[in-house]
Design a protein around this ligand. Structure first.
Ligand SMILES: NC(=O)c1ccc[n+]([C@@H]2O[C@H](COP(=O)([O-])OP(=O)(O)OC[C@H]3O[C@@H](n4cnc5c(N)ncnc54)[C@H](OP(=O)(O)O)[C@@H]3O)[C@@H](O)[C@H]2O)c1
Length: 267
């Protein structure tokens, strides 16, 4: 497989879940990699694994996307050591599964800082190099909750709705300058995300879910096809289309389905 042969892919949130799975598959497809996350030990283990498989060793950089200086340091290290990325995967993120009234203000702020401000910092940092070169692809990992509002996910969902706006705006802004913007919306994924966000494990029995590997394959297909938008969950894709085309009916149906699910859960 030489789909990504010699192209430089920078991934935020590469230490686990979807980002890690994308790194492993992209390495197999011949990509060169720059991997970022806060847990450097995890990134080093991943780099060891990729190198042991006979692929070029990825550059690994500790970075906290909530901190503009940390992101700027990531950019400097990547551009100095391996060059301007061909593809930037804006993937680092976290959830917080709780009714808003029970969500500590600091945790709400952290979700926004990671998912939205962090995404803006990362794109802002890497754009100048891509613009000078006149090519590149920015890929946002959003969520189906960025199109399907859900209870107990208000702040998380709001950050992913914001990513939809960010991606679409940037698509218009950057398209004429040679940079493609892609947004991928996964559904529920079996990663560390559930522990971090406090998502009840019963959700994995109630809702169809996918492995990070499956989502990673969808992301890389969307990259390859230079898709603007991709919902990585068939069931959710139908629900999103329903909400878009029949908003009032969809609201009525979703409200009843949610009420029934909560009643079942309580009973
Ligand atoms: N899992 C799901 O059900 C699901 C569904 C839809 C969309 N998504 C989205 O998919 C993306 C990846 O999630 P995942 O499922 O792979 O979750 P995960 O296994 O928890 O991975 C999250 C990644 O983000 C990194 N990260 C978190 N905060 C960071 C920060 N402040 N700075 C830098 N890196 C940070 C984590 O690394 P460190 O902790 O080492 O920093 C980790 O590598 C997220 O944007 C998430 O919103 C997930």
């Amino acid at each position: 497989m030489v789909r990504l042969s010699n192209r430089l892919l920078a991934i935020t949130g590469a230490s686990s879940g979807i980002g890690r799975a994308v790194a492993l598959q992209a390495a197999q497809q011949g990509a060169r990699l720059a991997l970022a996350a806060r847990r450097l030990d995890r990134l080093r283990d991943l780099a060891d694994q990729i190198e042991a498989a006979g692929r070029p060793r990825p550059l690994v950089v500790a970075c906290d996307v909530r901190d503009a200086e940390s992101v700027e340091s990531l950019r400097q290290q990547v551009e100095t050591m391996v060059g301007v990325p061909d593809i930037l995967l804006v993937n680092a993120g976290r959830g917080a599964f709780r009714p808003l009234v029970e969500l500590a203000p600091a945790e709400a702020a952290d979700v926004i800082a990671t998912n939205l401000t962090g995404a803006v910092f990362c794109v802002r940092a890497f754009l100048p190099g891509m613009l000078v070169r006149g090519s590149g692809q920015v890929v946002f990992v959003s969520s189906v909750l960025g199109e399907l509002p859900a209870p107990e996910h208000a702040v998380y969902g709001a950050t992913k709705f914001a990513l939809t706006g960010l991606a679409e705006s940037l698509g218009y802004e950057l398209g004429p300058r040679g940079i493609r913007v892609t947004l991928v919306a996964p559904g529920l994924v079996s990663s560390e995300f559930a522990q971090v966000s406090g998502t009840p494990l019963v959700r994995f029995r109630q809702v169809p879910h996918q492995t990070p590997e499956r989502v990673a394959a969808t992301i890389l297909r969307a990259v390859h096809r230079r898709q603007r938008y991709c919902v990585a969950d068939r069931f959710a894709a139908v629900a999103i289309a329903f909400r878009r085309h029949c908003p009032r009916l969809a609201h009525w149906v979703f409200a009843r389905a949610i009420a029934r699910a909560y009643a079942r859960h309580r009973g």
